[in-house]
Design a protein around this ligand. Sequence first.
Ligand code: IPE
Ligand code: IPE
Ligand code: MG
Length: 246
Amino acid sequence: MSIKNKIITEKLPKHIAIIMDGNGRWAKEKGKIRTFGHKKGVETVRKIVEASSEIGIKYLTLYAFSMENWKRPKYEINALMTLLVQAINREARNLMKNDIRLLAIGNLEKLPKKVNKKFHEIIEKTKNNKSLNLVLALSYSSRWEITNAVQKIAKEIKNGNLNLENINEETITENLTTSKIPDPELLIRTSGENRISNFLLWQIAYSELNFCGKYWPAYEKEDFYKAIYDFQNRERRFGKTSEQIK
Ligand code: IPE
Ligand code: IPE
Ligand code: MG
């Protein structure tokens, strides 16, 4: 029996974020080049988006390319950018058919023009879709995002539109690229690495973390359901005592 049947629909996390890691190692284990792993990783993306839609997740954020990933060999970056455009071209129709809205967070201006344009086109096309919000983190880093937010807030103060005393958590949240997106309740990382790699540092303050040993290309819908099931069996206390929660 699939663990999917054990998931309680009323207790679904509204937002799941995933650090999709391990494409390169997966390929290497198979004696293939790293880009083969990225290609296979796109198939996993399709499966997990489908699973999210099926069970009714509202927000799915996927860490697709970090700011630090720009330091990789040029051929790998080029291959990733080509794959991104191919995937988005191929999936555009499915996004519309399945009522999925595409969003992007990150410094998209650093992307090649063609990639940037394609993304904006599909973001615009899907903007009225309502079932699942698929958020791609592209050329994203959390410290870049927070630095940006600080600059925006400082500018507001300088222009006299904001008082220093009125800065609160809300002000910071509103100035992040995720301003209209709720915080993820669950963060998954594949590949066995137990780190965050500059992803959503502000937003995951109280997220439940799920580290899975499988490489991303080998990640299955069943692993995803298991992560959600585990999440539903955790006690989220938010600083309170267990007795206060019950
Ligand atoms: C994740 O897999 C995909 C991206 C970061 C773009 P990696 O490419 O990091 O694969 P490993 O971690 O080196 O195996
Ligand atoms: C994190 O993976 C970024 C993405 C999944 C896009 P990395 O493979 O780049 O992270 P590190 O270098 O192992 O921390
Ligand atoms: Mg990696």
